[in-house]
Design a protein. Sequence first.
Length: 220
Amino acid sequence: MSHHLHKLLPATLIALVAVACSQAPQTHDFEMTGHDPDLVWAITRDQELACGGAEMAGGELAGEATFAQLGTLTVDFSAAWDIAAANPNPDASEFEPEGPAGGPFAPILGQDEHPYEFQYDPFTDTCAAVVSGTGEVEFVDANGDRIDAVVTGGETHRLDFVVEGDGIETFATANITGGTGRFSDATGSFTVHTIARFDVAASEFVIDLAEVLPGGSITY
């Protein structure tokens, strides 16, 4: 019997090593190749102040995005930024805006500062606390496997398309904290880059650009 065990052990070890290697986490570029997001809600500083809130603003994006290696994922993301702490010097910015910036830029709340509960209700144009900037980013694939991430900071720039402050450009940095299914132990980081502009005809903010900047990665 020991003779047979002697023959079986090397084969068993080789099989275990092969399984371990096949399941080893791999790092991929977190590269967005297509997207179709909607702006679920947006709140300006003036709207929040009128409801007794602080000098805060924020918004939520949701929709579908396609990523290399990962396929099409549904995305949901919301955040808030502190306009009271805005930096008036654009040269101090970490990111280079694409839109017509030049005014102050505000810091996006980090993981420990979210969620922020807004006092203004963007759906009824009244003062009612119904939405929050959660600082969470969630991606879900067709099988229901989820990637979880949290916003760690970033900055939002005031844009002046036609009049002062009729647009914003946001750079939100995020860390991947895990998920479910094949992404249960996922790690990584990325930056969400968006441009929103006030559409006068529609009387609401619309998304002009939503992307993940090059340089992001995911390991799972």
